[in-house]
Design a protein around this ligand. Structure first.
Ligand SMILES: *[C@@H]1O[C@H](CO)[C@@H](O)[C@H](O)[C@H]1NC(C)=O
Ligand SMILES: *[C@@H]1O[C@H](CO)[C@@H](O)[C@H](O)[C@H]1NC(C)=O
Length: 176
């Protein structure tokens, strides 16, 4: 994106764009699979943000959020259905790059807490993650528990670009 345009030019530009608010997704999944794709988002180069709320039964612990990007060694290497198992799909992820959010109370950045509702204990995880990159990048968010007995998750995610009003409200893929 160039320097800020005057209001007239901005309105003209917006007229030709598909406009949407920051991407918001929510759902409640329950599956026998041990790896599932949740959503994707195109982060612009300067600053992107993921805010999340996750909740799942502690009996299903421990599930991981996996953050893949669009490099050939990353998402393109795993997305084809059936070609790779969960462990292979996790193996391209680099935890040292903060590409894993372990949904446990031990991993402090997940913001997970144990809560009780009636007789059932849940892990309730409430936090966020920032994204910086030298160029626009697609990020793909998946959930896994390799070799487990399936996945269960209530989720809410808000994905935004940049800190300013104008960049916050678009995913880069909405431009052009
Ligand atoms: C999500 O699904 C689980 C199991 O299918 C169910 O127990 C739970 O109440 C659901 N949560 C919401 C918010 O619908
Ligand atoms: C987080 O999850 C990944 C993927 O399963 C695993 O390799 C890693 O050891 C976990 N880290 C912690 C701190 O539990």
């Amino acid at each position: 994106m160039g320097p800020p345009a005057g209001p007239g030019l901005l309105l003209l530009l917006l007229g030709s764009l598909r406009i949407s608010a920051a991407k918001y997704v929510r759902g409640n999944l329950s599956t026998k699979e041990d790896w599932v794709f949740l959503t994707r988002f195109c982060f612009l180069s300067d600053y992107g943000r993921l805010e999340f709320r996750f909740k799942y039964p502690e009996a299903k612990c421990c599930e991981n959020i996996l953050l893949y990007f669009d490099d050939p060694s990353q998402w393109p290497a795993v997305y084809k259905k059936g070609s790779k198992d969960c462990f292979m799909k996790e193996s391209v992820i680099r935890p040292e790059n903060n590409q894993v959010i372990n949904l446990t109370t031990q991993y402090v950045w997940s913001g997970c807490q144990e809560i009780k509702e009636g007789e059932t204990s849940y892990l309730s995880c409430n936090s966020g993650r920032s994204f910086r990159s030298v160029r626009e990048r697609w990020w793909y968010i998946a959930l896994s528990k390799c070799g487990g007995d399936g996945l269960q998750l209530e989720y809410e995610m808000t994905l935004t670009n940049g800190k300013s009003f104008w960049t916050r409200h678009f995913s880069a893929d909405e431009f052009g």
